[in-house]
Each structure stands twice: as C-alpha cells, then as structure tokens.
Write a protein that binds this ligand. Structure first.
Ligand code: SF4
Ligand code: SF4
Length: 366
C-alpha cells in the first residue's frame, strides 16, 4: 500500500514540475460497439475509426507506459462485449497496479458480465478495488424506451443481483448505479434513485447531469432544483452505505461530493468558470478504442495515436503541453463529473487524495 502511495506522490510531483508528465487517472474506451443505441449516446459523435478496437498488444504497451496509474476507468460502447476484457485488466494489474479499476456498463449482458467479473477477481495479479457501475436513465418504462428495449431496466437489476452474489466471495468488488439526469426524466429521477437505493443491490449511487459536447452547460434544460435534490440523496446514500464504519472517510467523501455537486450546479446556473483548474491533459486523460488520445472527452481526440507513438511521447509533446496550458489560461470549464472529481483529487493531493483513495480501497462496505 505504501509503495503505491509513494509512486502516486512521485508522479504527482513530476506532473506539478512538468517533468515526464503522466496521468494518474485514465478513461479507457475499449470499444465503440454496444448492444444498444441510446438516444443520448455520444460515442458516435467522436471522429473515430469505428470497428477498429485496440488490440490487446497495444493496450499492454499502454499499460507498460503508465506505471503510476491510480485509477483506470474502463468504458465504451459496452465494455463487456470485449471477450478479452479480463486480459485487458490483467495487463494493467501487472504493469500499472492501479488502486481502482472501474467498469461502466449498461448491465444487459448478465452472463457475460458475471463470467468476466469472476475471471478478473480470480486473477492472481489483480490487486485493485473493482467497481462495476450500471447506468440508469429513468424508471423502467422510460429507461427501456431510451434503450429501445423494454427489458433493459429489469435486466440491469438482475445483473446487479448476480454481481452481489459474486461479491459475497470478493469484498473488493463494489456495485454502483449511475443515474443520468436528462430533461426527459426529471419528473421521475428522484423516485428512481430511491428505488435503486432501496433495492439493496448497490454499494453506492452516483449522479450525472446530461451534457452535450462543449459548451456543455449552455441551454441545459434539466432542473437544477432536481439536480440538487438528486445529489443530496445520492451523497447521503453513499455516505451511509459506501463508507459505513469509517467516519473520517465518510465525512471527507461527503464533503468532496457536496463540493463537486455544488460546483456543477453553479457552473450550470452561471455558465462560467468557477475557480477549479482542470487536470485534463495532465493528471487525467482519455484513450479511445482506435488508439487516439485526448485530454478530455469534450475536446477532439487529436493529440496523437498510441498505435503510432508511445503514450508518454504524445502526452509530453510540446504542442500538447501548450494546448493544456492554454486550456487552463482560458479557464476552461464544464460539468463532466470524472474530470471535476479528478481535478479535486489531484489538486488537494497529497493531503486528501492519498487518504481518500487508500481508505476508499478498503472502505467500500455495503
Ligand atoms: S448503453 Fe451506453 S454505450 Fe451503449 S448506446 Fe447506450 S449510452 Fe451508448
Ligand atoms: S474543463 Fe476540463 S474536462 Fe471540461 S472541457 Fe475543459 S479541459 Fe475538458
């Protein structure tokens, strides 16, 4: 545990002084393929080479190039469609040893999900907290309508149930539910949160507010009052269930989550920068299924491609560093939760971040 903490602090210092900069958090899109085509999905909006997902070899090189990775967020498309998902996690476990590996899923492919999660957790090399987060966009009917499949909600709950059975034998597995607030679901989203919390299937809940490509907050038709109430509910639920038995971390986690929700609400309301410099392009970054690299999901993936150059080369390219400096000088802002969370973690680091993640690793209890 201490060895990993030293590694993170070391990389954080390098990032601060601008030497051999590498992200501590990475969003890895492993595929553009999905069994659904949701109305709000943005995966097709990227200028990507679709149907040409990265090979395991290239992903292994990426993992070797990121020895200080603290958090690996796997997403897609539907990540569980990749047969080699356990191998992808294995190469990161061997080369990067991240503290947390999270996988975002629509939860429809139950059997595939159970098999893959079992394989990951049984790997000798696996040394992380595994978080599987299922996404919800409304009550059963509207969720099904959005996914174009009336059984989508029910199947996601069945997947959560099966994952809970696996969790009985693997305490380093946590199951989350992410609720996206969109204009169409604002009348039911609080009831959905309450139902998911009451199901007893989830270790924690998270909330997203719908965003388009930048500028993401302009013309947002979601009710901020609903967002505030949803955030409050989600934070209270997570504090009670996720961090139970650990008052210090419960308090810190809840403080950070409240700060983040408040910042997002202010950003949406005022449509302007709220004083948090973004870590996108330094402490956190994105790799797409075709290998292209971007500082964040809201800027075009144009920094380079890991099929052509190594990730550190791309990340430390003077042109890309200049782009990062300009983003910060221009006080770039948005409401993307992953990037706000990473920016809060990495700017309060190491005082709070190490503490948070170290205890978070042990602290998720249902
Ligand atoms: S489930 Fe997710 S990745 Fe698949 S279409 Fe819907 S939003 Fe896109
Ligand atoms: S604030 Fe950060 S995550 Fe948001 S658009 Fe700007 S660089 Fe990207």
């Amino acid at each position: 545990m201490a060895e990993r903490t030293i590694k993170y602090v070391n990389q954080w210092i390098k990032n601060k002084i601008g030497r051999d900069i590498l992200p501590l958090e990475l969003i890895l899109f492993v595929t553009t393929r999905c069994n659904f085509r949701c109305k709000h999905c943005f995966i097709d909006s990227f200028d990507l080479d679709h149907g040409n997902d990265l090979s395991l070899d290239v992903i292994e090189n990426l993992a070797s190039d990121l020895p200080s990775l603290m958090v690996l967020m796997i997403t897609g498309g539907e990540p569980f469609l990749r047969d080699d998902l356990p191998e992808i996690v294995r190469v990161f476990s061997k080369k990067s040893r991240p503290k947390v590996v999270s996988i975002a899923t629509n939860g429809f492919l139950s059997d595939r999900t159970f098999g893959t999660v079992q394989k990951i957790l049984e790997q000798e090399e696996f040394c992380s907290q595994l978080i599987v987060t299922l996404s919800f966009e409304g009550a059963a009917e509207s969720h099904g309508r959005n996914r174009n499949n009336p059984k989508a909600y029910e199947k996601a709950l069945l997947t959560a149930k099966g994952l809970n059975e696996i969790r009985t034998f693997h305490s380093n597995l946590a199951i989350g539910a992410n609720i996206t607030l969109v204009p169409e679901n604002k009348s039911e989203v609080l009831a959905v949160a309450s139902e998911l919390a009451g199901s007893g299937l989830f270790s924690f809940l998270t909330q997203n507010i719908y965003r388009k490509r930048k500028p993401c907050c302009a013309n947002n038709k979601c009710s901020l009052d609903i967002y505030r109430r949803l955030s409050e509910f989600v934070i209270n639920f997570s504090q009670t269930f996720k961090m139970s038995g650990n008052n210090i971390i419960g308090a810190w986690h809840s403080y950070k989550e409240r700060y983040q929700a408040d910042l997002i609400e202010r950003t949406c309301r005022d449509d302007k920068y709220q004083g948090l410099s973004c870590e996108a392009g330094r402490g956190i970054g994105v790799v797409y299924p075709d290998g292209s690299v971007a500082p964040c999901e809201l800027h075009p993936p144009k920094w380079g491609n890991i099929k052509d150059r190594s990730f550190p080369d791309i990340w430390n390219d003077p042109q890309n560093r200049k782009f990062f400096d300009e983003l910060r000088a221009d006080k770039c802002f948005c409401t993307h939760e992953c990037f706000i969370s990473a920016s809060l973690n990495l700017q309060l680091f190491p005082m709070s971040s190490c503490l948070l993640w170290n205890l978070f690793y042990r602290g998720i209890k249902k």
